[in-house]
Design a protein. Structure first.
Length: 427
């Protein structure tokens, strides 16, 4: 048994009835699935896996897909389990040992922002590489935050970062970057409100390789003629500096021809990023899982598609952003966000807290029943002040270490029954 235990599918959940933070939460509500669920042993799940659908090596944490199309996260020692992770475990709160406390609540995986002192102590964790900063030259303006992937020094520096990671059995996988910002997506239904990725790169300082790559990208098909470019785009620009000033003024290009170039350039940029990271990880640490930067509804569609094609597991802020192609790990979860995911008719007389948690619980349980979802990350380890805000704080604990039992009780019940719930849905 590892530091986080075996998931305890036969463990029962006992509610602390005298807990004032749970006074608004009924006994019936606390039962995630009152019906007894019988499910096969993990060996049966493993036997149903498609031979050619594995991602990751057998000696490490990996993901696999069953013949019925459901993805499972597989621990090399414990077998299949549903990921229940926590983000923000980066400091000590309260007097209880952190890992034992999380184990008691049914959490199995530390997020990529965990404190370095908690890593390599037996608990599975994700390693954030933050490769966007590897070469020290970051494109960061107008809603874009990306590495200069056209600079050959970036891939060299990124490989050095990966080489510097301590690789132990507890290392469950790499997160190449926790967050990347690709700029505003080009959607046919609305106008572009600000400069987008291609315009930003065309307006960079010439010290950036992306600046030269962007200009070559737009001018080469037009014989290197700036006037042909402006004519094609249908814009009145006298020179490159005029475009740079336009970008400084937050005025975005938005014509049909520009959007076509933007889509192709974004695809090329994404291919360089994901292709480069993939080559590095395959060379340095083959077989270890690669988890994507988090995807958001605002992430351009072409980037979402590229992410699903290249990464072993896609981290998503909303279920489904991976397009059904790759296994998804739902991140940044909290009751407030979850409550917006489903429409539930709340019984009369229930408290606001119970309404929020009832909706959130239904959304989370529903997500864990989706074939592509391998688990979730609760977004906050420590947050808020229970004395001031009551159980509406987002953390499992507040900033001074008081346990938010209203969150912990329900999440513990879900964590302990997640395997049964998922097997009941997909076998």
């Amino acid at each position: 048994m590892g530091v986080f235990g075996d998931g305890g599918e036969n463990e029962s959940f006992l509610r602390e009835k005298n807990d004032p933070d749970c006074a608004a939460v009924s006994d019936e509500f606390m039962r995630v699935n009152p019906a007894e669920v019988n499910f096969p042993m993990t060996e049966t799940i493993m036997a149903s896996m498609e031979t050619g659908a594995w991602r990751g090596a057998e000696a490490f944490h990996r993901v696999g897909r069953t013949e019925r199309g459901a993805w499972w996260w597989v621990d090399p020692g414990q077998g299949p389990w549903v990921v229940a992770g926590v983000q923000g475990v980066n400091r000590t709160l309260g007097s209880s040992p952190i890992l034992a406390q999380l184990q008691g609540w049914g959490f199995k995986l530390l997020g990529p922002d965990a404190a370095e002192g908690l890593m390599n102590r037996g608990a599975p964790f994700l390693q954030a590489l933050e490769l966007r900063r590897a070469a020290g030259r970051l494109i960061h303006q107008n809603g874009v935050q990306l590495p200069d992937v056209f600079d050959p020094r970036w891939e060299e520096a990124a490989e050095q970062v990966v080489n510097g990671v301590m690789r132990t059995a507890s290392l469950a996988g790499y997160v190449s970057d926790r967050n990347l910002s690709w700029g505003e997506a080009s959607e046919a239904t609305h106008a572009l409100a600000r400069p987008t990725l291609l315009q930003v790169c065309l307006s960079l300082d010439p010290a950036f390789s992306a600046y030269h790559a962007a200009w070559e990208f737009v001018l080469a098909p037009r014989g290197g003629e700036f006037t042909r470019l402006t004519a094609d785009w249908g814009v009145a620009l006298t020179n490159k500096e005029a475009l740079r000033q336009m970008t400084r003024d937050e005025v975005g290009l938005d014509t049909r021809a520009y959007r076509e170039d933007l889509a192709r350039f974004t695809q090329q940029f994404a291919l360089r990023y994901f292709g480069g990271v993939g080559r590095i990880l395959k060379a340095v640490d083959p077989g270890r899982l690669w988890l994507s930067p988090a995807l958001y509804p605002s992430t351009p569609q072409v980037v979402r598609e590229m992410t699903a094609q290249h990464c072993d597991v896609v981290q998503v802020s909303e279920v489904g952003l991976g397009g059904g192609v790759a296994p998804e790990l739902w991140v940044d979860v909290d009751w407030t966000r979850l409550g917006r995911e489903v429409a539930v008719e709340d019984p009369l007389g229930v408290s606001e807290m119970e309404q929020m948690m009832r909706r959130g619980r239904q959304a989370l349980v529903g997500a864990l029943s989706q074939p592509q979802v391998v688990g979730y990350f609760w977004g906050h380890y420590g947050h808020g002040d229970i004395a001031r805000d009551g159980p509406f704080t987002k953390g499992l604990l507040d900033e001074v270490g008081r346990v938010n039992h209203a969150h912990v009780q329900v999440l513990s019940a879900i964590n302990r029954q997640a395997l049964a719930l998922r097997v009941a849905a997909w076998g």
